[in-house]
Design a protein around this ligand. Structure first.
Ligand SMILES: [Zn+2]
Length: 503
């Protein structure tokens, strides 16, 4: 089959899983080749036919600045600062769930480290929720073909914000649905008193083809809103099929809307088991989840400035989030993002490069359970947003960087062509328009601040995301260095290009 033929079959829904994968890959390649400076292309920083843009880029990026950007990149590619910092966060401090002593210890640690680099550091108090995991067990206690006197263990974990069962658990029949529509069609009579299992599979083919965040977006709505929808129809508990691209019987946690009923995620293997048995007859589950919603705590965003020499009032933000889920140690989500941002400051200090505008490193608190850190920043600093010339976040792991997704005026994209040229040698050249740059910079983005998100190879991200396997070994040091290089180069370009990025 020709490439075009496969694509047409793909569009009409008539190709096999294998050809669909190939077609998607081809679509990715075609898309990449249509983007300015896809990895396979030669650098051509001058957009065709845009002589005016070329000359304005030359004024914006004089030769000295381009040399400095190259030096920053080379330094980052030989720097283990970010790796040492993320190792401390994950191994010495550990999991950093919002409201935990570890999360606050991490904020104090990062603040101290940034002070040590010579930055002006502030801990901004943030009131955060404090949810803690309890017991989490489940067994099937009735199902077709059950051997007398036995049960089958179900592997699951509580979803963030879940309420508790009684300490002895609850026992109820499980009803399985593939969609919200199917749940609504069952109605109150068939849902009340039951445990609802949402069996939306994570699309592994999209993930393997580089569209993992699309797979996540399609499935995460069941994690987020499923328990509430089930509770509204009288369910006594709600379960979802774990969101993830690897099947090692690991449950994936994450935030859920408050539903007033216990809510958990079973592994995809256990979801398959329950669906298989439920097709044959009644399935009953004994479920024990005993998490607790404790009183709110005070925690902190870390806000650290390397003051600009010419325009100290103008601010470029580089950021990641400090809080993590509790199952793993928050290496790829998002210790990596924090240390990538920290290293941007470390490199400038090491090279004695003073930014012309202020470089502001932010380690956000509470991205995972409601974004109270981001909201607190917006509440206090929104009056300064006209002086925030750009904001970057990294919250997609630590794998090889592909470039940046960008929410900014089209002219801003063109103004960044010289940065693409500098990053060509590590392949981080994509500037992909987006409408949603990231959770923690959304407040700035909504106020018109140009926002960028470092875009990593996401194909393996959801193998580990929000699981017990989000640990330091998943970070490849050389890839973390590439990310730190991309972030530091982009950050210094934004602080030192003559004209700030157009709003
Ligand atoms: Zn994250």
């Amino acid at each position: 089959m020709t490439k075009a033929g496969c694509c047409i079959a793909f569009l009409s829904g008539k190709c096999s899983a294998r050809t669909r994968f190939l077609a998607t890959s081809i679509a990715v390649i075609l898309l990449a080749s249509s983007l300015p400076l896809g990895r396979a292309q030669k650098p051509s920083p001058i957009p065709s036919g845009s002589v005016m843009q070329a000359s304005s880029n030359e004024q914006n990026f004089p030769p000295l600045l381009l040399q400095q950007l190259s030096a920053i990149k080379s330094t980052a590619l030989n720097d283990d600062y970010a790796y040492r910092q993320v190792a401390h966060l994950t191994e010495n401090i550990g999991a950093r769930p919002t409201g935990s002593p570890q999360a606050t210890a991490a904020a104090r640690y990062v603040a101290d480290e940034l002070r040590r680099l010579g930055l002006e550091v502030r801990l901004q108090p943030v009131t955060v929720p404090h949810w803690v995991r309890g017991a989490e067990t489940a067994e099937l206690v009735g199902y077709p073909g059950m051997a007398t006197g036995t049960t089958q263990r179900i592997v699951l974990t509580a979803l963030g914000g879940s309420t508790s069962t009684a300490p002895e658990g609850l026992t109820a029949e499980v009803v399985t649905v593939d969609s919200f529509e199917e749940l609504q069609a069952l109605g109150h009579d068939k849902v009340a008193g039951k445990i609802v299992l949402f069996n939306e599979p994570f699309d592994k083919e999209k993930a393997a083809a580089g569209y993992a965040f699309m797979s996540y977006g399609e499935a995460v709505r069941y994690r987020f809103a499923g328990p509430k929808a089930a509770a509204d129809l009288g369910a006594v508990a709600a379960l979802i099929r774990s969101l993830g691209s690897a099947d090692y019987r690991l449950p994936h946690t994450g935030l859920s809307l408050p539903a007033g009923i216990p809510a958990g995620a079973v592994t995809s293997e256990d979801a398959d088991l329950i669906v298989y048995l439920a097709a044959q007859g009644k399935v009953r589950m004994h479920l024990t989840l005993t998490p607790q919603n404790l009183p709110d705590e005070t925690s902190y965003n870390v806000i650290a400035d390397l003051k600009g020499s010419e325009h100290p009032e103008q601010i470029v933000v580089v950021s990641g989030h400090l809080d993590s889920w509790d199952l793993g140690t928050g290496a790829i989500d998002d210790g990596a993002g924090v240390v990538i941002a920290m290293e941007a400051a470390e490199i400038l200090q090491r090279l004695h490069l003073r930014p012309a505008r202020t470089l502001r490193v932010i380690a956000w608190m509470d991205e995972e359970t409601g974004g109270s850190g981001s909201k607190a920043y917006t509440a206090e600093y929104s009056k300064d947003f006209p002086n925030h010339v750009a904001a970057i976040e990294s919250d997609s792991g630590a794998a090889h960087p592909l470039g940046f997704s960008v929410k900014a005026a089209p002219a801003a994209m063109e103004a960044l062509h010289p940065v693409q040229s500098v990053l060509q040698s590590i392949g981080a050249t994509m500037l992909q328009p987006t409408t949603y740059p990231g959770a923690d910079i959304e407040g700035m983005s909504s106020a018109g601040v140009p926002t960028l998100s470092l875009m990593q190879d996401s194909r393996a991200y959801f193998n580990y995301h929000h699981t017990a396997a989000d640990t330091l070994d998943k970070i490849v040091p050389s890839e973390l260095r590439e990310n730190a290089a991309a972030m530091a180069v982009m950050a210094y370009a934004l602080t030192n290009m003559k004209e700030p990025l157009p709003h």
